[in-house]
Write a protein that binds this ligand. Structure first.
Ligand code: ATR
Length: 283
């Protein structure tokens, strides 16, 4: 029996997940197929109910469902609970139901470690954005004992809610929420040792979420946007002399962790990355 896995969201047309997962299924000799499905908020509950089937391994969840799917699931694991966001659902066998997980957390941590040789320990972090991806990165900051975390968002209430929801993570990090247009961010960017763009600004455009005029040249700047691979934000950071890291690694490592949760098999990372890079190059 061919098994199935999916990514659901709206819009979903740009997703690289089918390419990465189908390449990994083939490389591992697993009889399974991965598809992207456009699911709008009004259709989420019905789609999730239908996913409780023996031929479904699980599915990824993306914009705009990472937070709203939680009450529809049977349970969520500890990491998803800490983030208040789910990007991976495992269809458990033997009546275990639908289990929500968050592999963005491990995806971000691994990309930072393996591609930039960095951790968030003792870092002064500016995190731009307060959506599902930002929630996972904030968990990494607190778990890995960052010195400080400033969450800057266009709608400040969302940044405040993100930080309030992190009350269940034990930490020693100084945390603040600011409006992304607030001048205090200029000072925070000057002090920052790590800046992460977790907004969608820069996706297939040359827009930047904030100016980097005050950025320290000693900072590491990460953009979770992976298309284009070198965003305008990363190019501006490089002009300031900062080190940069693009978002493809986080995408690949979260996908690999999801694959392992669904199949019990650790997939070949290089195969998944090559599949994603091939699509981005227009191959
Ligand atoms: P994801 O799951 O990828 O994090 P999301 O939950 O839709 O996606 O979050 C997108 C993030 O990009 C949010 O922080 C959003 O800001 P708001 O919460 O204020 O909407 C941010 N964002 C999107 N477009 C933006 C823009 N033009 N300027 C500033 N921030 C923007």
């Amino acid at each position: 029996m061919t098994r199935h896995a999916y990514v659901i969201g709206a819009p979903i047309g740009h997703s690289l997940s089918p390419y990465m997962h189908n390449a990994a299924f083939a490389a591992c000799g697993i009889d399974a197929a991965f598809e992207s499905v456009e699911v709008r908020p009004a259709g989420l509950e019905r789609w999730v109910t239908n996913a409780r089937a023996s031929d479904v391994l699980g599915f990824n969840v993306t914009v705009p469902h990472k937070e709203t799917i939680i009450p529809i699931l049977d349970r969520i694991d500890d990491e998803a609970a800490r983030a208040g966001a789910v990007n991976t659902v495992i269809v458990g066998s033997g009546g275990q139901g639908l289990i929500g997980a968050n592999t963005d957390i491990v995806g971000f941590r691994r990309s930072l470690k393996l591609e930039a040789g960095a951790t968030l320990r003792d870092q002064a972090i500016v995190l731009l954005g307060a959506g599902g991806a930002a929630r996972a990165i904030a968990v990494v900051a607190l778990e890995d004992e960052a010195r400080s975390l400033v969450v800057a968002n266009r709608h400040i209430e969302r940044a405040q809610r993100l930080l309030a929801d992190l009350a269940n993570v034990r930490h020693r990090t100084a945390i603040h929420a600011v409006d992304i247009r607030d001048v205090v961010l200029v000072g925070a960017l000057h002090e920052a040792t790590v800046v992460v763009n977790a907004t969608s600004v820069g996706l297939q455009s040359s827009d930047m979420p904030v100016d980097l005029d005050s950025l320290s040249p000693d900072a590491l700047v990460v953009d979770i946007v992976y298309n284009p691979p070198r965003t305008a934000f990363l190019r501006a950071a490089e002009r300031r002399g900062a080190r940069v890291l693009g978002g493809l690694g986080m995408l690949v490592y979260q996908a690999a962790a999801s694959f392992e949760r669904w199949t019990g098999v650790a997939p070949p990372i290089s195969t998944m990355r090559a599949a994603a890079e091939g699509v981005l190059r227009g191959a």
